[in-house]
Design a protein around this ligand. Structure first.
Ligand SMILES: [Ca+2]
Length: 430
């Protein structure tokens, strides 16, 4: 099991700002200025104090100007960064978003963007940010919860459907849910909104919702579901939706070939179990299999080939440790019958967003797997040989921002969601 060497000592521990309870993603109610205050950065970020100070000043001024989130094209605030394979320009395409979580490209190149507090907007090709789209259900916008992922139906051009995930409030607590809706992009409206999935448990608490949405090649939908933090033992229970990946059809029904269909006491939606908090998922471009990553606790973030009917271990098998005490969790790092990760990160980078790069704009990156990082505030490029990770590059440390999502655009560029400053960024060859 390769363990990637960290760029610095662990940023998370009993004496760290985030050591008191939950770490990594796992910073609660992040406001842009709050995140900058609370999170220590990797050395490379601290190595650019002048640039950083300017950005902080710009942010303070910008916050006064952001009375409305309907904004024009972003001012040019671009950055050239070096990578192992040449320089890259980080272009700010849009700004003024509040805790953006996910983006999905429409066929015409516009972007559908979710903001965790509960709004969905359209960002034009020129960076213009729309007013909120009407029809989004009420969300539990607390902690890490709120409006989360969004994806287009594979047949969007003909059916006009989108799916989105959110923390759904209930009388008792909240749960991860998924809805589908018809998108009228020009009228900024969702129609015929139908909830197609909700977890069968709705504990209180506001952490670990998952919830990435990826359509398989057969048109079924993978949904990743967090363990809700205090309920981690339920990740091993196959009568619970906590700590699972599930696979459903677009109408919410259960595909007949799901691995636990017909097993007594099991929920038939379950695809795989033993997950902690999966905030990145994508299909491998060659095999078509689902790959995911998940947050470890203190150490032990994982990248997994996420296969039908397999147990991914949490919380019985993990490379991570308990917060604060540093004690071991469960039985150890490996066990027969538990699927080992393709790669684990100790210390935790806090991964979010995932994309296999298949475009032509950066030929040197073709076949690489990109993973955003929240706590370490960087973009990881993983070089694959088949299904093995043979090299890791950590880039964009100069940016020093929480990267919440990473997507390949239809233009072949790599696109990033900067959660810290509420921006959409595009990578261009420099
Ligand atoms: Ca695992």
């Amino acid at each position: 099991m390769p363990a990637i060497a960290p760029p610095s000592s662990s940023l998370c521990g009993p004496s760290s700002p985030c050591g008191a309870s939950v770490c990594a993603d796992e910073v609660v109610n992040v406001s842009s200025r709050g995140a900058l205050r609370r999170l220590p950065g990797p050395p490379s970020r601290r190595a650019a104090p002048a640039w950083r100070t300017l950005r902080l000043r710009a942010l303070l001024v910008g916050s006064l100007m952001a009375a409305t989130l309907v904004s024009g094209p972003a001012a040019a605030r671009d950055l050239i960064v070096r990578t192992e394979t040449g320089s890259v320009k980080v272009t700010e395409v849009a700004s003024g978003l509040k805790n953006p979580w996910s983006l999905a490209f429409l066929p015409d190149g516009r972007m559908l963007v979710t903001e965790r507090p509960g709004t969905m907007r359209i960002v034009g090709r020129d960076g213009m940010v729309s007013a909120p789209i009407a029809g989004v259900p009420e969300v539990h916008a607390r902690g890490q919860g709120g409006l989360l992922d969004v994806a287009l139906s594979p047949d969007f051009a003909t059916d006009g459907l989108i799916v989105f995930s959110y923390a759904e409030p209930t009388a008792k607590g909240a749960r991860t849910a998924v809805a589908r809706a018809l998108l009228d992009a020009d009228a900024l409206r969702l129609e015929d909104v139908r909830r197609i999935f909700a977890q069968n448990e709705d504990p209180s608490g506001s952490h670990h919702w998952g919830s990435r949405l990826v359509f398989a090649r057969d048109g079924t939908l993978f949904v990743t579901l967090g363990d809700r933090f205090h309920q981690r033992e339920r990740a091993q229970a196959i009568d619970s939706h906590l700590g699972k990946v599930v696979r459903i059809a677009l109408d919410g029904s259960v595909p007949a070939d799901n691995p636990l269909v017909g097993r007594a006491g099991a929920l038939p939606e379950i695809w795989s179990w033993g997950h902690r908090n999966v905030q990145g998922a994508a299909l491998h471009p060659q095999t078509g299999e689902l790959w995911t990553h998940e947050h470890g606790p203190q150490g032990g973030d994982e990248i997994n080939r996420t296969r039908a009917g397999l147990n991914y271990g949490w919380p019985e098998v993990t490379y991570g440790r308990e917060y604060v005490t540093g004690r071991t969790i469960g039985e150890g790092e490996t066990r027969a019958g538990v699927e080992a990760p393709v790669l684990q990160f100790t210390p935790s980078i806090a991964p979010s967003g995932m994309a296999f790069y298949t475009g032509d704009v950066f030929p040197q990156w073709k076949g690489s797997l990109f993973v955003g990082a929240l706590k370490f505030q960087l973009l990881a490029r993983l070089v694959l040989d088949g299904e093995r990770v043979v090299h890791e590059e950590r880039m964009l440390t100069e940016l020093g921002r929480r990267i919440r999502d990473v997507r390949q655009g239809p233009d072949g560029h790599l696109w990033l969601v900067d959660e810290t400053e509420g921006r959409i960024l595009r990578l261009d060859p420099a």
